[in-house]
Design a protein around this ligand. Structure first.
Ligand code: EPU
Length: 431
């Protein structure tokens, strides 16, 4: 038996990756469970006392951090062989402290469930993230619309609803994955009906809604932009199998487009990552679609394309950096516009160090394809930026040394080991 998650596991490792580029990726890589589905599901366990079982839970720094948050609240968490058991029967506290929230913004997902179950919650404001501001105003407004009294005191969001929450109509002006999830988790225990308009369509939210439904919540319109929730008095714990990680899958497809000889990516739900896969195909990569696998082969130099990020089912902002690594080697000039996060470009200067020719104009990256990249020391700056650097390094001439890969470990399970098994010359070293 592995012990319950401990605080020490949330400390970032100081590992680095050393990659010698040019080796083709052949064989099979298997996609793990989705980080961004696991995190709200873990938070949802707070809604119903008892033991919840989350299967196919990825073993990541971020899921460990969420486990630590749950343990801090009084839950018992046991993580073994990708099965995460969360017993929330003993949860008494309703405070998510700064020390934990600052390491992972998704901790804010505990706000809705705790407020709904206990009528009060204190969650630290997450602050900025590696690439810039990421507000939580929509989460706060949603709780207010449900009747909570919300204040920000000493860096904490304090929400109170001593007589419980009441259903509301909430139309999002910006599509927000996290705020849709938080509102949904609070609404399932509110009195009366809540109508959520312009709800996020991301598969992570659909899976959350399905799990809540399985727990006894009354939700109509799952998988659409309008969710109708009829509040219930209580919910019961359940068991859920976490969907495959669509961003990890698409990251492997991008790797295959760069050096696939061919690379088989197993455990993919194509509808979850179709926009990214189609864009990668548009660059000229050869993709064969099987039932739950994609086989990707590089047959020629990639072609330049235009990419614009959008909420699901559009091209995910979480794939923008990795596709930029691919397009940095394209024949011609590509443009990549991020409409979700205008400043999510910390990977640009690092890709430029590797020889890419990229210019930024506000939220548009203009990528003039070069014929080759050349290895050098680079620094990972956030999760998807790190993945982009790994992809670039796989194809760069010579050796690339990527430091600060704790960012990568937050959201990709053993990416280095999976790539090495498919032929990449990649080693992890301790710095
Ligand atoms: N926004 C606001 N106010 C809010 C919340 C969001 O203005 O209160 C804005 C954001 O600034 C952004 C847009 O709304 O411009 C969408 O943000 P969203 O709330 O959808 O993002 P999130 O829920 O904080 C999740 C993922 C991110 C992913 C985004 C967009 C999780 C745990 N995180 O974040 O994933 O980039 O949706 O798809 O699901 C990653 O995995 O690398 C990652 C950053």
């Amino acid at each position: 038996m592995t012990p319950a998650v401990t605080d020490t596991q949330t400390l970032p490792s100081m590992d680095a990756l050393v990659i010698r580029g040019g080796a083709p990726l052949q064989g099979t890589v298997r996609v793990s469970g989705a980080k961004n589905a696991a995190l709200p599901l873990m938070a949802a366990t707070l809604l119903a006392p008892g033991e919840h079982v989350l299967e196919n839970c990825p073993s990541l720094q971020d899921t460990r951090t969420m486990a630590t948050v749950l343990e801090h609240l009084g839950a018992r968490v046991h993580f073994e062989d990708h099965v995460c058991r969360v017993d929330t029967g003993s949860v008494r506290s309703a405070e998510a402290p700064y020390e934990l929230v600052k390491t992972m913004r998704a901790s804010v997902y505990v706000m809705g469930p705790l407020l709904a179950r206990f009528g009060e919650v204190r969650v630290s404001l997450p602050g900025g993230c590696a690439w810039g501001p990421r507000p939580v105003d929509l989460h706060i407004r949603a709780m207010e619309e449900l009747g909570a009294d919300v204040t920000v005191e000493h860096g904490y969001i304090v929400a109170r609803a001593p007589r419980g929450l009441t259903g509301c109509r909430f139309a999002f002006d910006t599509v927000s994955v996290g705020a849709t999830g938080n509102l949904l988790m609070a609404a399932v225990l509110a009195k009366g009906e809540t109508v959520i308009e312009n709800a996020a369509l991301e598969p992570d939210i659909t899976q959350l809604a399905e799990y809540l439904f399985q727990m006894g919540a009354r939700i109509d319109g799952i998988g659409t932009t309008t969710l109708r929730v009829e509040g219930v008095d209580s919910l019961a714990p359940g068991r859920v199998r976490i969907i495959p990680d669509r961003i990890e899958a698409a990251t492997f497809v991008a790797a295959g487009a760069l050096v696939g000889g061919p690379l088989r990516v197993e455990g993919v739900v194509l509808e979850h990552c179709e926009a990214a896969v189609r864009k990668i195909e548009e660059t000229g990569a050869h993709v064969t679609i099987e039932k739950s696998a994609l086989v990707v082969e590089r047959r020629s130099r990639p072609r330049a394309i235009e990419v614009t990020t959008a909420p699901f089912p559009g091209f995910a902002t979480d794939m923008q950096a990795q596709v930029m690594a691919l397009l940095s080697l394209a024949d011609g000039t590509s443009t990549i516009t991020d409409t979700i996060y205008h400043d999510r470009f910390t990977h640009v200067p690092e890709l430029v160090r590797l020889g890419a020719d990229i210019r930024l104009e506000n939220n548009v990256a203009i990528v003039r394809g070069v014929e080759k990249l050349s290895g050098c020391p680079v620094m990972a700056t956030d999760l998807r930026a790190s993945a982009a650097l790994v992809l670039a390094a796989l194809v760069a001439e010579g050796e690339t040394h990527i430091s600060r890969i704790y960012h990568l470990d937050r959201g990709y399970e053993r990416l280095d080991e999976k790539l090495a098994a498919a032929g990449a010359r990649i080693t992890r070293i301790r710095e």
